[in-house]
Ligand binder design. Structure first.
Ligand SMILES: C[S@@+](CC[C@H](N)C(=O)[O-])C[C@H]1O[C@@H](n2cnc3c(N)ncnc32)[C@H](O)[C@@H]1O
Length: 281
């Protein structure tokens, strides 16, 4: 008689570090990277352009889900002014500790809460606007999170999402085939949905939001700024650990950028998609 096959269910941890930041060996570097990215001039421009597109106005109550170190919260606090309020939620203790240092909550208009985007710790209709900036890429069930964001937004209020899209990157390099292998291959291993940016308008509509609008923007760097350098180095390290290239090839790829930067021929671009919808009244 054949014995029944036992089904073994094994929870495989995601390779995406932002899914469970607190358990990462390089948590301090990831946190520092958020601040470095947030301060890069093109990032400042495209983030603020998106916040104006939402639009965020003086006096509003605004929630950011997946607030990280508070790069966006600080901009929001300046936009909503003394009469407004800004709340940041994140599921990482470590990143919220950094946000507490950097945002000085309590003294300004910023409040920080530990929480999961899929179960927000707020009553329905509390916020004029609820935002998720470069977070949808990292959550296991984006639609569940968007439904939660819509629940805590007042009728007539806005839900806004902005994400980069790893299928829309351009970079100069003497070996384009190797560049494709690394820059296309790594996000496929790292994220369930590496092209999350272009999905945002559909996600908002699926969650029942109306009057959905899209703003496409481009991050660009021609000097290999510190954040871009770290980003490319991390892609090279991941390409080795995912078995896409060996270590000498990854190093050769990184070295390939050096001469381009010196010659003023380095270009790195990445599309950002920002989508906003209105909660029906
Ligand atoms: C790439 S960071 C973006 C931080 C910030 N929005 C910014 O643009 O600087 C993504 C953040 O989302 C948080 N995060 C990921 N999944 C989450 C979830 N399900 N609930 C709450 N926060 C989450 C991570 O801990 C991390 O701080």
């Amino acid at each position: 008689m054949r014995r029944p096959v036992r089904r073994l269910i094994v929870a495989v941890p995601s390779p995406d570090p932002w899914r469970a930041l607190d358990g990462q060996p390089n948590v301090a570097a990831l946190i520092a990277g958020l601040e470095a990215r947030g301060g890069t001039p093109t990032q400042v421009r495209l983030r603020r352009r998106f916040l104006r597109f939402v639009p965020i106005r003086a006096g509003q109550r605004v929630l950011e889900v997946g607030c990280g170190t508070g790069v966006v919260l600080r901009d929001l606090a300046a936009m909503v002014g003394q009469r407004g309020a800004v709340v940041g939620v994140d599921h990482s203790h470590a990143v919220l500790a950094a946000a507490r240092r950097l945002c000085r909550p309590g003294r300004g208009r910023i409040t920080l809460r530990l929480g999961d985007g899929a179960r927000l710790p707020f009553a329905a209709g509390r916020f004029d606007a609820t935002l998720g900036i470069t977070v949808m890429l990292h959550v296991a069930e984006p639609l569940v999170v968007v439904h939660e964001m819509a629940r805590v937004t007042r009728p007539g209020g806005r839900v806004g999402l902005q994400d980069q899209d790893f299928g829309m990157m351009g970079v100069t390099h003497p070996d384009p085939a190797l560049t494709d292998r690394i820059l296309d291959g790594v996000p496929r291993h790292l994220y369930e949905e590496p092209y999350s940016g272009r999905r945002l308008p559909g996600l908002l509509r699926e969650a029942g939001l109306e009057s959905v609008r899209l703003l496409t923007d481009v991050f660009q760097d021609t000097t290999l700024e510190p954040w871009t350098k770290t980003f490319l180095e991390r892609r090279a390290t991941n390409a080795v650990s995912f078995g896409l290239v060996d270590a000498p090839t990854a190093q050769r790829w990184l070295d390939g950028f050096t001469a381009l930067v010196a010659a003023g021929a380095f270009v790195f671009t990445m599309n950002y998609y920002g989508a906003v919808g209105v909660k029906p009244c």
